[in-house]
Design a protein around this ligand. Sequence first.
Ligand code: NAD
Length: 352
Amino acid sequence: MNDFIYHALPSRVVFGAGSLRHLERELDLLGLKRALVLSTPQQRAQAEAIAARLGARAAGVFADAVMHVPLAVAREARAVAERVGADCALAVGGGSTTGLGKAIALDSGLPVIAIPTTYAGSEMTPIYGITDDGIKKTGRDARVLPKTVIYDPELTLSLPTSISVTSGINAIAHAAEALYSQDANPITSMMAEEGIRALASSLPCIVRRPTDLAARGDALYGAWLCGAVLGAVGMALHHKLCHTLGGSFNLPHAETHTIVLPHALAYNRDAAPDAMRRIARALGASDAAQGAYDLAKANGAPVSLREIGLRESDLDTALDIALRNPYWNPRPIERAPLAALLRDAYEGRRPT
Ligand code: NAD
């Protein structure tokens, strides 16, 4: 056993079908009395239903969360929280909504309670992102880590299968990179492998039957584990590339992760053999990169950057941006192989 450091993050998780019923108890435990309920416009009805059951303990509903937390939206939400006298942000939704809760917390120090309804995993991390003028800035701050997370698979039954698959593979990407992270340790690696396994086995069941509550529970459990390792150890090439592509070309987050992952794994294949073996085993495949590609393709997810709107003429710019800021990766980041990776992802080729 090698030496390692494991830093546990302080959050409380309440897991189970129907666990939304514990919301009032969880607010009581934290001494919270006026929650501002956050959601995207698409989930307004869900947020309003939760606010209605909270009654006087809901300070209001702010249903304007959007992808990548634009600064203007974050400022508006902070102003609303102050105006209505909220004592916490209650984020009901995916990574976009949790991200808005974090942006409120960053400035105001208000605690965040998260009720995740996708598999993105943001609720388990102290990582925030705010986009200003087309540039997404991310950082880590202990204040933004949700104090309590309520995982209720019943709330994910309505998640469309297409988003279920891409956000599930987004979660798998956190765990895959955690397995070859510079600061990987036996605890996070165990969680990462189990997280990949839970998602890889449940996503096909969800595609076949979106209301399969047991599969929804397994996927949400996997998402929790994958989010936790994202919060605990550093990421590498895959996450940096997706950040570049999403931020610079406004590509959808979960789809971008789904498309790039097989190619990032192929890039790192020979530099991280033990991690690749564990990823492949968790995917039930003989090769990690091919297993990630097949999981996406077999479940109807996009496999090429072209089909989600990247233009061929953007590839050179993407390459330049990706090479601009050096970062750690198990294999050195070099222009020619990275150009080939981007080309493969653009075309949607199965990794060889
Ligand atoms: P999202 O939150 O944008 O949700 C996608 C869509 O699905 C939205 O319209 C949403 O309202 C809808 N939706 C969510 N749950 C639903 C449900 N149960 N039923 C019906 N519709 C539902 O997408 P996402 O992939 O969860 O999050 C992406 C964002 O999260 C990105 O901005 C990304 O950068 C961020 N993120 C951050 C971290 C972090 O640690 N900070 C981690 C992962 C992702």
